[in-house]
Structure formats: structure tokens, C-alpha cells
Design a protein around this ligand. Sequence first.
Ligand code: ADP
Ligand code: AMP
Length: 216
Amino acid sequence: MRLILLGPPGAGKGTQCKRIIDKYGMAHLSSGDILRDERAAGTELGAKAQGYMDSGELVPDDLIIAMMAGAMAKAAGNYVLDGFPRTVVQGEGLDSALAGAGEKIDAVVNLVVADEVIAARLTGRRSCPKCGAVYHVENLKPKTDGKCDKGCGDLVQRDDDKPEVISNRLKTYHTQTAAVVGYYESKGNPIITVDADRDIDVVTAAVLAELDDVSA
Ligand code: ADP
Ligand code: AMP
């Protein structure tokens, strides 16, 4: 299956992707995680991306499209895209790469959450830099405060989960990314719209119920 998860920052894309891959055994291709890995490894791409990420702007389309094409090539047609595409240009780049290989996206899931909910989600987010697990200080607490449940060590707060960057990320979402939903609608892709302002397990149940039909 080839899936796309859309939604604003903090909608729960990464959280739901982990549960989707647990069930269907696909690769989780998070453009944000890949960029953070590039930065940690000190690559040229990581250095180019740094300033955009720290200020809540989008990394240029050409860099992202090339990066994700490389990741998809390794995933053998069984993946969920998280955080990509984030512009209509990226959607077009993805579609032309897929069409060239005779492939298509099987489902687009759009997680819908109001802006007012997002700030509390992002300021409370804590992530494991080693395994990528995502927690929340109130909504999804680790068993031991500040430590990853899988024994990896300390959890961290992302630098871009600070209030001043969050407001710019939301602005970026509304001006550049929200239109991606309309892009897929106009292409005739069925969009699975899920109210993501509900308990994490309730959202998971709603997403998986829809995906069972897609994978059948
Ligand atoms: P995204 O990948 O869309 O940016 P995450 O999956 O990282 O979002 O979730 C952002 C934060 O919100 C995390 O701390 C996560 O634990 C929490 N979260 C995710 N889904 C929900 C939900 N349905 N209700 C409450 N908190 C949630
Ligand atoms: P995320 O982990 O998805 O919240 O992404 C963190 C940051 O990485 C974003 O604020 C952007 O600066 C950058 N980024 C991630 N994915 C993309 C993308 N598809 N296009 C452009 N920039 C991206």
C-alpha cells in the first residue's frame, strides 16, 4: 500500500503512522524525521535544511522531492508518507515520479484538528532521538518521566516546538500546505477525512477501519 497522511503540525500524523506500520508492516517515511537525521549526521542536505526548519519555514521543494524519491525507492512500494507532500509542487513531483513507474497512491488520509488544539500538543510533545517514539507530557506520558519506554534514554523537546516557531509553522501550513488536500481532491484521489481532535486510540480506530477497506 502507498499512503499519504496529511494534516497540520501536531495533528498526530507521526503517532498514527506508528500504529499504521505496526498493523500493515510498511515503511514510515517521515520527511521531518529524515531531515533531522540528515542534520544529526552533518550532511550537506542537513546543513541546507537547518535554517528553514528552525524558523518554521519549508525546505525548498527540489531538495525535498529528491530526498523523498530516494526514500521511496528503498521502500518497495509499501510505505506511508508523513509530512510529504507539503506543497502542491511537491504533490505534482510525487505524482509524476509515481506515474513514470506506473504506480499510484492508494489512499490519502487527512487528519483534521483546529489550530487552538495544536499549540498544547506541540509544546507538550517529547520525542526519543534514538527510536523516534513520540510522547506527550499530558496525553501520552512515558512510563518514567523524560525517558523513552523502550530503554533508549532521555526524551527531548524539539527546538521547533517552541511557541514562537509553532505560530510560524501553523502559518506555513495554512498558506502552503492546506492546499495539498484540494490538489488530491482535484486529481480524483479519494480522501479519508478523520476528526483527529479525539482520543489517540479513537483516532487510530477510525483510521484503521478505513484503511482495512483500502488494503482489502
Ligand atoms: P505530527 O506528526 O502531526 O506533527 P505527532 O504525532 O507528533 O504530530 O503528535 C503531536 C503531539 O500530540 C505528540 O506529543 C502526541 O503524543 C500528541 N497527540 C497526537 N495525537 C493526539 C490526540 N489525538 N490527542 C491528544 N494528543 C495527541
Ligand atoms: P515535521 O517533523 O513534519 O514537523 O517537519 C519539521 C520541519 O521540517 C518543517 O517545519 C519543515 O521545515 C521541514 N520539512 C519537513 N517536511 C517537509 C516538506 N515536505 N517540505 C518542506 N519542508 C519540510
